[in-house]
Ligand binder design. Structure first.
Ligand code: TXA
Ligand code: MG
Length: 314
């Protein structure tokens, strides 16, 4: 049977562990979005992630571990700054990119680095402890579509996943921030749940993707393709939004709520928590266009503006 959603109780965790040890995949909740997990160093298991998601082979995977000590065992160099970042933000929505330990294979990519995070969701941590494997886990959705923040979203996007552990809605609702620690200062590869102000308070300066010379030497996260995180409907970003109708959904942070008109918070953290779910609801309502009120051009909205821009790209 596929697409089965189970409670993360002893029986559910045991079943998930058996699947993962057998080289299969399991979807599990994290505080950011649901992940599609597999043994990070099993070629067969990782291949199954790429197959199910229809993910391009050049886009590497984040490895999830239960502790900073477990992370250290996977890297060749543990930069000084990593201790402070791990102490402050792990478990949590920060992914750090390191030089990979020489005896390990690349996780879905032919590079010499590894992206690692310790997720803050109790079910994710329990699963990681119970299976004893580092888990590669991209967001549990078809490549390019909207990330899942509930178990139901996973099953609808990936009906062939054998098992989904249900941990309720993800509290952050947007992916982790990806920070490359192989550069000095560290480079932001993907804006995400953890804001830059918080990171800078630990690292000092951060290099932003746009900072590099225009000759292509700046290294954005390989997964940051132009179109990504996209609903089925066409998405349009505008400063002001009007009324919704049968065919037109509206995503606003001011005005009234109504049929096909989603009202999200004007606070970026609260907005993020319901953002993908709102896009899923409008898609499910069958609208062909979603008009989105453009959030302010400030750093607090960086991750959401990034996702909106990619969702709107054609
Ligand atoms: O919040 C999250 O990060 C979620 C949950 C499940 O943990 N995962 C997630 O994974 O968003 P995914 O595969 O959808 O995005 C992974 C991002 C991609 O942009 C990818 O290019 C980047 O991390 N990445 C992975 N490995 C990398 C590496 N070695 N160097 C640079 N970027 C890397
Ligand atoms: Mg993703």
């Amino acid at each position: 049977m596929t697409g089965r959603i189970v409670a993360p109780d002893d029986a559910g965790i045991r079943e998930a562990v058996d699947l993962l040890r057998a080289g299969s995949v399991v979807a599990f909740p994290t505080e950011t979005v649901y992940g599609l997990g597999a043994d990070a160093f099993s070629e067969k298991a990782v291949a199954e992630i790429y197959r199910l998601k229809n993910r391009p082979s050049w886009n590497p995977l984040i490895v999830h571990v239960p502790s900073a000590a477990a992370a250290r065992s996977l890297v060749r160099e543990w930069p000084v700054g990593a201790d402070d970042l791990a102490a402050r933000f792990w478990p949590g929505p920060l992914t750090m990119v390191f030089r990979r330990a020489p005896d390990l294979e690349g996780v879905g990519a032919d590079n010499d680095t590894i992206a690692i995070r310790v997720p803050a969701h109790p079910v994710a941590l329990r699963l990681l402890e119970a299976c004893g494997l580092p888990l590669a886990a991209p967001s549990a959705n078809r490549s390019e579509s909207i990330s899942p923040t509930t178990a139901e979203h996973v099953v609808r996007s990936l009906p062939d996943v054998p098992l989904v552990l249900d941990g309720g809605p993800s509290s952050w609702g947007i992916e982790s921030t990806v920070l490359d620690l192989t550069t000095d200062p560290p480079t932001l590869l993907r804006p995400g749940a953890l804001g830059l102000r918080a990171i800078r308070s630990v690292t000092g300066a951060i290099a932003l993707p746009g900072d590099g010379p225009a000759d292509g030497t700046a290294r954005p996260s390989p997964g940051m393709s132009r179109r990504h995180y996209a609903p089925r409907a066409r998405l349009i970003l505008t400063p002001g939004v009007g009324a919704a109708d049968e065919n037109t959904g509206v995503l606003a942070f001011s005005g009234q709520e109504g049929k096909n008109r989603e009202l999200l918070s004007a606070d970026p953290h609260e907005y993020a928590a319901d953002f993908y779910a709102a896009l899923h609801r409008l898609d499910d309502a069958g609208v062909t266009t979603i008009v989105v009120q453009e959030p302010p051009d400030t750093e607090d909205w960086l991750a959401i503006r990034d996702r909106l821009r990619r969702a709107a790209a054609s």
